[in-house]
Ligand binder design. Sequence first.
Ligand code: NAD
Length: 477
Amino acid sequence: MTRITVAKGDGIGPEIMDATLRILHAAGAQIEIDEIEVGEQVYLSGNTSGIAAESWDIIRRNKVFLKAPITTPQGGGYKSLNVTTRKFLGLYANVRPCMSLHPYVRTKHPLMDVVIVRENEEDLYAGIEHQQTDEVVQCLKLISRPGCEKIVRYAFEYARAYGRKKVTCFTKDNIMKQTDGLFHQVFDEIAVEYPDIENEHWIVDIGAAKLADTPEAFDVVVMPNLYGDVLSDVAAQIAGSVGLAGSANIGETCAMFEAIHGSAPRRAGQDLANPSGLLQGAIMMLNHIGQGDVASRIQNAWLRTMEDGIHTYDVYKEGVSREKVGTRAFADAVIARLGQQPTTLKSVNYQASGALNLPRYQRKAQRAKELQGVDLFVHWHGTDANELAKIIKQLNTDTASLSMITNRGIKVWPEGFEETFCTDHWRCRFKASTFPMTKQQIIFLLSRAEALGIDVIKTENLYSFDGKAAYSLGQGQ
Ligand code: NAD
């Protein structure tokens, strides 16, 4: 018996959760339930995170959380419960299977069967943003080695546990050589440990185009947070219906399972909603807690129900569907088919024996880090980079001098193009004449800049690691 936490959520949440739990119990799931309240009412009672402190205790004690969609009230100040939950509980992996049910649910991609594994904690979603000048704001993209190792390893372990043949990595490392470069590098390192599973890397733009056009070319696809956010919705949509997909959010100790759709408030309370998305989340949960046999029973009965044309309004199609049913009747139809197999769709036989057992991240030995220079970011209202260079060169010393100025990453001095459009945000790169540079030299540069009225809005140290420069060049440099 596994104790799980359940939240029925808002809108259609309570109906689809009741339907899902009814199916789980009928199939013999060995679960005991602690129910908590999250969502709209909690927000409106003045709790800006949508969840009470006592509920966290229950979630953390049970470690497995099945959550129905919630409604985030309109207006500012309410924090996304999903984002908070992922971050607090360290749910680093978002797993979303996207499978077409051709010919029972309309799709342009009858053979599609893709699992998107999205990194869930870092990338641009760290939410570290600043306005730096009148014209420029920035968002920090943070990619960590532990973050990459955990998600990539998860993708390969998932592939192995679920009999998948290939793992594909999407990044944009031709442009973001440090951040996406690290993700790709870690992918290549870890892929070697799984010789039984094919691996490949695509640049995300052409990879996304291929995924949208020929999804049957992919199996498991792993990617950083932002690309995964966008492409997991694309994948679910082209598979047939966003209403049919579930997702798992997996951490080292806790996990959360849900449907990918929202609370559909306009459909609430009418016994109309399709419970399939949440049911798919619950099936992933059963696999996670080692009840693969129950998960298989439910999935096969669900596939059979879809095949038999018993459809809720969102997937109902004249000529294909046989009976239009509501939430409760759909659940009854699945329960009636427990023990049956689909006849044309592929049946499942999950072997998963519980949560994937990943090794804890081992911190690597420190590398030799050497300071080589500093980028001073300057707020300046002029437009001629040569003029700015004259001003900034006043900071040159015997040991550090201006080597380059860029604007939005493009080199504008020396030898810039006058066609290049410039904002008021300038990066002025100082390189030391001998390494290592010292922090004292940077402090000296900054105090001289202050004395000369140069508006430095931030600095970024330039390091090499094990002798290799670990910072981007200017574009055009
Ligand atoms: P939505 O997913 O709730 O609805 C989009 C469309 O799909 C609507 O036409 C809806 O009727 C339909 N739909 C969704 N689920 C369905 C189902 N199970 N069966 C049949 N039809 C279904 O997205 P939205 O309208 O943009 O958002 C509504 C609310 O849900 C918002 O408050 C939003 O913040 C919230 N939301 C919550 C989550 C979550 O809790 N995980 C996710 C997304 C949106």
